[in-house]
Each structure stands twice: as C-alpha cells, then as structure tokens.
Design a protein around this ligand. Structure first.
Ligand code: GLU
Length: 394
C-alpha cells in the first residue's frame, strides 16, 4: 500500500471536461477504424485561414520565438482595442486588453481576478461545462439558474433577481450560447445588465461566438450599454471559433484597466504570455481584413446551411423537439420525451449507432443533448439518420 499524501481537494473534486472527454472518445474510435459521426466537439471543421498560418510561419522564421510581454504583443493589443472601439463602439485602450492562452484561460483568469471564497457566481444554465468547475477552483460557489427551451434558453431579469443574494459577486453571460446557440436580443441583454448594475455585480461576458450569427441576429456586449455597465464588464473572447484556430490556444480579455492589470498579473505568475509566434499569426486576422472576412463568410454560409438542415431533420424525428437558434454552431434538442436519462441516451447513441454527442446534463440541463454542426454536410446527414433509427427503437 502506498503511503503517499492525498492529492489536493482541487484535484480530487474537479470534474473533467465532458465535452473534451466525449470528443476524445469519438476521435479514438475513429482512429481505431470505426465509422463514427462526431457531433461532440465545439470545433470548426475548416482549416485556419492561410494568411493567418503564413503570418505565424513567417514569425517563426523571423525568430519571434522568445517571451512576449505578459499581456500580449503590442500590435495585437492595439488591433483588439481598435476592434472594440470601432466595431462595437466600446471605447477601449490597449492597456485594457490581455491576450491569453485560450478563451478557456481567459474565463479562468477573469473568475480568479473577481471572485474569492464565499462569493457566489450566477451561471445561467444551460452553461458551458467549464464555468462551474472554474468557479469552484477559485474557491467560490457556482449558483445555477436553469432557463429551458420554454424561455428560449434565456434567463429573464426576474429569474436573475431571484437568484441574487448578498454574496453574489459575478454574473456569467454567454451570448451566442454554448451549448444552445441562443442569442440575447439587445433589449434582453440590456435588461439583464441593468439588474447586474443595480445589484453591483461584475459581469463576465463570454463572447467567443460573437461572429457566428444567423438570420440577421446582431451581437451586442453588455459593456456597450452604459458607463456603469462598462466599469463592471469583462469581455472574454478569442480566435478559436471565428478563425478556426482551436489548437492555437489564443484568447482575449477586454476589461476596465484595473481589472485588466489584475488579470495580467495573475497571468504573469501562471503562464507568462500566450505563445509569441501564434500572436503574430493572429495579428494577420486584423491586418488582412478582406481575407479574414472572406474566410469567415465561407464558414458562415456552411454553418447556416447545416443549421437549417439539422433543425429540420431533428424535428422530423418523433419525440424530438428542437428550437432553431441564431448563433454559434450548436443545436440543443429536447429529448426528454424518451424517458431516458440523457447521459444513458448519448452513451447508447455512441455505442449502438456510432454517433457522438454531448448529454444536456453536462451543461446543467437534463433531458437535452448538444449537437455541434461544425462538421461536414455528409457526416451531419448520416448522423441524423442514425439518430432517427436509434430514437425509433426507444
Ligand atoms: N468549447 C468547446 C466545446 O464546448 C471545446 C471543448 C471545451 O473546451 O469544452 O466543445
């Protein structure tokens, strides 16, 4: 018997990421020669645009292989500040921008910079799987508030008011949403922001899907509503979803200067800087905007086509009810009518019909499943056919 001390409470209590776990299982089955339709990963199936890759290659060749300033290379921070100032009309200086190793790390830094033990963090469910675990790692307490398909997966101001206690510190918003694809209208978001201002909460606005919008939906940030909103809003985003750069690990944080400074100080102790040559590559997304827009337009056309196809096909399956959401690359069908636990449903779907999707309870919503349509039209069609066959057996 080993007599080693126990691992930390953090290590013992952390729930590993279920999105990554299901995706890894699907990928290992595919590697073993199985014909699996993978709907688990929140990862665009497109390659990174060539001009961004070429800029990173050039940076490597030019020797941009050393440490960078902790908050990011100056031209990239300038470009990001300019984007928020001009595109979103949120006055932003470079000092308010931090480039991190991934949107996920941006979220974690934001939570660490704002929350301590005893603080409560309000997390609207369905939520992205990592928020509650990050809150726990910060020693704070996640407080989930479920908004089902009955309210379009959106929190209402009354639901938010009811969840607030004297210990509430931070509200997490994520529009367009992972896992539902729901997009708050400017009026809905303004109403939630007003509640956060009234109760003096910080807002972490995860806007990683900001450019993946359909049906004319418009992205707004809580920071755009007023000076009071801006002083408490930390905008998290990144390059992964918009520019198909998941493996590059590049996230951003835009926050009031004192918060950006705190975030950068945390980052200085935790990882130094995001990979230097990757940042030089990402800069090309801004300096060569016409190419960037062309690549994004191509992705959006494909995503929109798949979104409509998937939505129509899902609703043809007896027992499935699916909203048509306006953002990201996910649909979140209701599968509760089958009377099967959603984890069991997804496990059987993978084992018996070789379709990988993530169970809704991983996102705090039992009775649903998340389907990512960031995959080819062929795989999408094949996977939905298999899903229909599986549902017919239930
Ligand atoms: N955010 C993506 C997803 O939800 C990537 C996996 C992860 O980090 O959770 O699938």
């Amino acid at each position: 018997m080993s007599n080693l001390p126990t691992l930390s409470t953090w290590a013992l209590n952390i729930a590993p990421s279920p999105t990554l776990a299901v995706d890894a299982k699907a990928k290992s089955l595919i590697a073993a020669g199985e014909d699996v339709c993978g709907f688990a990963a929140g990862e665009p199936d497109f390659d990174t645009p060539v001009h961004i890759k070429e800029a990173a290659i050039k940076a490597l060749q030019d020797g941009k292989t050393k440490y960078a300033p902790t908050p990011g290379i100056p031209p990239l921070r300038d470009a990001i500040a300019q984007k928020y100032t001009e595109f979103y009309q949120i006055p932003t200086k470079a000092a308010q921008v931090v480039v991190s190793p991934g949107g996920k790390f941006s979220c974690y830094l934001t939570i660490l910079a704002t929350c301590s033990a005893g603080d409560e963090v309000i997390i609207p469910a369905p939520f992205w799987v990592s928020y509650p675990e990050m809150v726990k790692l910060a020693g704070a307490t996640p407080k989930q508030v479920l908004a089902t398909d009955a309210t379009g997966f959106k929190l209402t101001p009354a639901m938010l008011e009811a969840a607030i206690t004297p210990r509430s510190k931070l509200l997490i918003l994520n529009s367009p949403s992972n896992p539902t694809g729901a997009v708050y209208t400017p009026a809905e978001l303004a109403a939630l922001t007003a509640v956060a201002v009234k109760h003096n909460l910080y807002i972490m606005s995860d806007e990683i899907y900001e450019h993946l919008l359909y049906d004319g939906a418009k992205h707004v940030s809580p920071a755009s509503f007023s000076a009071e909103a801006r002083e408490r809003t930390i905008i998290v985003s990144g390059f992964a979803k918009t520019f198909s750069m998941t493996g590059w690990r590049l996230g951003t944080i835009v926050a009031p200067a004192p918060i950006a400074k705190a975030v950068a100080e945390l980052q200085s102790q935790m990882t130094s800087n995001a990979t230097t040559f990757a940042q030089w590559g990402a800069l090309a997304a801004y300096t060569e905007q016409a190419k960037t827009q062309a690549a994004l337009d191509e992705m959006l056309i494909a995503f929109d086509r798949r979104r409509k196809f998937l939505h129509a096909e899902l609703n043809k399956i007896p027992g499935i009810n699916c909203l048509l959401s306006q953002g990201a690359f996910y649909l979140f069908p209701n599968i509760s009518s089958f009377g099967l636990d959603d984890l069991k449903f997804c496990e059987r779907l993978l084992d018996e019909h070789k379709v990988a999707a993530v169970h809704g309870s991983a996102f705090g919503a039992q009775g649903f499943m998340r389907i990512s349509y960031a995959t080819s039209d062929e795989i999408l069609a094949k996977g939905v056919e298999r899903l229909a066959k599986f549902c017919a057996t239930l």
